[in-house]
Write a new protein. Sequence first.
Length: 650
Amino acid sequence: MIVFFRKLPLTVKLLLIGLVPVLFLIYFSAMIYGDKSKTVKLIDNYIQHVDQSQNISELINELARERRYSYLKLIKDTSFNQIPEHREKVDSLLQILEKSNDFALKDFPKYTFLDHLEATRQGVDSKKFTADMAMQYYTDAIFRVNTLKTSVPGNSFLKPIYRDLLTQKILSELITYLGIVRTNIFNVLYTRKFVSETLFGTLGVYKVAKTYETEFLLKASPESLKSFKTKEDSTDYRTMMNYIDKVFATFKIDSTYSPNEWWDVSSRGLIELRKQQVALWEKVDAGMKQIYQQEINTKNRVLLFLLFVILFVIAFVIYLIMNIHHLLNELKLASAKLSKGETGLRLRNMPKGVIGKLANCIIDIDKNNLALAQAANQIGKGNFSVTVVPRSEYDLLGISIKKMKHNLIQYASQKDKVQKETEDLVYRRDEFFSIASHELKTPVTSLKAYTQLLLMDAGVNFDAQQKNMLERMDLQINKLTALINDLLDTSKIENGHLVYNKEDFELQNVVTQAIATIQPISADHELVFKNDTKVKVYGDRDRVAQVINNFLTNAIKYAPDSQKIIIELNKTDGKVICSVQDFGKGIATEEQQKIFERFYRVSGNNLNTYPGLGLGLFICKDIIEKHNGKIGVISEKGKGSTFYFELPAS
């Protein structure tokens, strides 16, 4: 009936005035007046309840901020300037809630730990509290205050906003639990203590947060879900959740974030989530107030029908005017969305005449904009077969997209040409390294043999000067041979031709042999072998020995003043860990990931400070990874470095 009445032309609606039986309306007005009064009161209570829940959410948010700044003050005596500001906000919200007439909030500070808030603040200011004590108090208070939020029961008159009402509460719960999770992660990132205990203690909170996220995805409206998905793809919320999921999947904290970086990323993620929750709350609040106003209007109309039957015709005209206003308001909202770039507009059950034609024009504009946007999207993905037809010679958007398509086609053609030339240059470079390495190896091998013969002859004739010079030549030839071998290995790695002859062998024996080989040529360093655990691994003995030799020679080269170099061999969880520790200058953080790249050399005073091609660790990394292992470095500037690799135990 409503749809039929809405579709009637304006003239027909006006002609209906006076045709509806007055007595019929009076009879039904008397019956519904009482119900409408109850409904208005109920909706008013719901509005107060929603506002109260939002104030509770704000209180939880400010308590979380005060918790963080209090924690930082106790840890490193910072963030003191922010504490008074947030305490004032918390006190202001407490005063608002304490003035509420809701029985559910009667004397709530006494059973939500907030009656100890002032004592806790004094303990923080005087530093009689530890950081963990302050953290625990605020977390307990947040948990308990969060239970004060209750759901509004579903009713038929709340149906237009009930889904948003429910999902904004779910988001509020999700924000509360994620706030606790990210705070605990910040704590372990900052202190690096009791990592496993803290994470296991937070596991339940994390699981509850994940269930709230799942519940939101299942119950949210399409518009809210679209907004949430957009935040997942373009904001720090998904970055925060990925790291949280990773932490609770492994129960380990890695070096992805520093404490402050993690706090900034998670703050931005929660801010985005908070924005959506506030937007939903504002939408719900506006919807409830609109329903409330509609119910008041209906009640007033019923009252007018009962008291002023003779004014029925005037009231009916007012209703028609409101109906027309609603239609025009829909057109206005659709136009506003169109001006913001939204698409997929729907204007249903529009009447015929001027309003209907205007609605059709808006829908046509929306369809044309959507078609152009989809065409631009396909062109951006490289699909140049899309046809772009401007709507007219004045269609600047269509003409611009068509021009963009033409420019992108030319750019793609040039890009493919440059890419092919680049690949050809890379191939020629690798081929040159391979050929040059092979060509250099033959004369160097001959030089090595002749030098050895001359050394033998010098040893017979006891010519000390010649022997010393030949020994130096032999040492330089060995270095040159190592460089050539690195170039050859690099070429084989790039081409996938590096062969591994795998077998079971005692890793402890390989380490012992490497130490015995290196020690005589470095008398200034003491090579200490700790925890020489006997364990077998399955792999290429010579290649693994090559990695250990590289670690030892690097330790000698980069830590010339280090008296000791410690080699350790441990077995844990089916893995063998071999590490070489020196006490030299260490490696800067920004260089630690780069040193395993091809041709990368640690920076020094000049290029000759640390000679070499920067290939050794690159080759070591490939060898270990081809053995299903892991390689890495732990270093601090000025305190030395520890290079290690892990291999599966045989």
